[in-house]
Write a protein that binds this ligand. Structure first.
Ligand code: PY5
Length: 305
């Protein structure tokens, strides 16, 4: 589906027209995957656009930048303000927001140290990531033959652009084989995460998700879901999972800013079934929280005006 364009994109401190938000072909990041990014959503609330956990996302962008040794030219607070400014300029009530810090133009060697770090914040209206049907009835998934990079090959904790080649390989493999999403194992053979989502299994009243040491991103939706589940009275564990733990689980779902809470209805042709009660309860609570409908969680919604 083509992108739904909006009016302005924030680039290095200025709002530029969507069509003019361009870079040179010798931009370092285009060649070497030298960028770090975020995915954030704004939702329509009774108080106008509310950005879900905006500050936490910008903090993670800074954390990613530290891992790859980028000198970020803007503070977390400045990036939060820039996002709000861009949202106002585009007059958007709900959208997906994509901040990106990347190595720019001026040096084609691998040494990134002399290069400028450019920062951009783009946004556009984006519906469900894994489809409306997927959100309602669950998606099919496949364990990928591609393995999540080891911590000492490429740090999976940095949300860096380069590592998404690994995710794309897995995604394409799954799609070509007739599945909707891939689940990656780590080099030790334990479950890591989806191509752009964290994963949870539910057994009885216990939720389990792989630890970040298994190569899973420290997902903000993951953290949100862990908090929701505990507040609903469920036990939540971070523990290594094998692929067989997925096959035999009562319920399985993935979480992410783009994917939100999406149930999985089969893995490697083993049926999990229609979305279970706990998945649905968490899905519904999440949908209400991000739209500012649950006062208890209102600190997570950052209003634009
Ligand atoms: N794991 C990976 C590899 C991810 O790319 C993402 C987010 C997550 C987990 C979930 O993190 P969070 O809950 O903090 O969003 N993926 C991006 C997103 O915006 C990009 C998807 C295309 O959801």
């Amino acid at each position: 589906m083509p992108l739904q364009t909006v009016s302005k994109i924030w680039m290095d401190g200025e709002l530029v027209d969507w069509a003019d938000a361009k870079v040179h072909v010798l931009t370092h990041a285009l060649h070497y995957g030298s960028g770090v990014f975020e995915g954030i959503r704004a939702y329509e609330t009774d108080r106008g656009a509310g950005v879900f956990r905006l500050t936490d996302h910008m903090k993670r962008l800074h954390a990613s930048a530290r891992i790859v040794m980028f000198d970020m030219p803007y503070t977390v607070e400045q990036l939060v303000e820039a996002t709000k400014e861009t949202l106002r300029a585009n007059d958007l009530k709900s959208c997906y927001i994509r901040p990106l810090a990347y190595l720019g133009y001026g040096e084609m060697g691998l040494n990134p140290l002399p290069l400028p770090v450019n920062v951009t914040i783009a946004m556009w209206p984006w519906g469900t990531y894994l489809g409306d049907e997927g959100v309602k009835h669950g998606i099919t998934a496949k364990i990928s033959s591609w393995v999540r990079p080891d911590h000492n090959s490429m740090p999976p904790q940095a949300k860096s652009t380069g590592i998404y080649l690994n995710s794309s390989l897995a995604k394409v493999e799954a799609l070509k084989a007739g599945y909707e999403e891939a689940i990656l194992l780590n080099p030790q053979g334990f479950v890591s995460e989806g191509t752009g989502e964290n994963i949870f299994v539910v057994n009885e009243d216990v939720l389990t998700t792989p630890p970040t040491s298994a190569g899973a991103l420290q997902g903000i939706t993951r953290d949100t879901v862990m908090t929701i589940a505990r507040n609903l009275g469920y036990e939540v564990r971070e523990a290594n999972l094998s692929r067989a733990d997925l096959y035999s689980a009562d319920e399985v779902f993935v979480t992410g800013t783009a994917a939100e809470v999406t149930p999985i209805r089969s893995i490697d042709d083993r049926p999990i079934g229609e979305p279970g009660n706990i998945t649905k309860e968490i899905q519904e609570t999440y949908a209400n929280i991000v739209r500012g409908k649950l006062e208890k969680y209102d600190d997570w919604v950052e209003y634009v005006s």
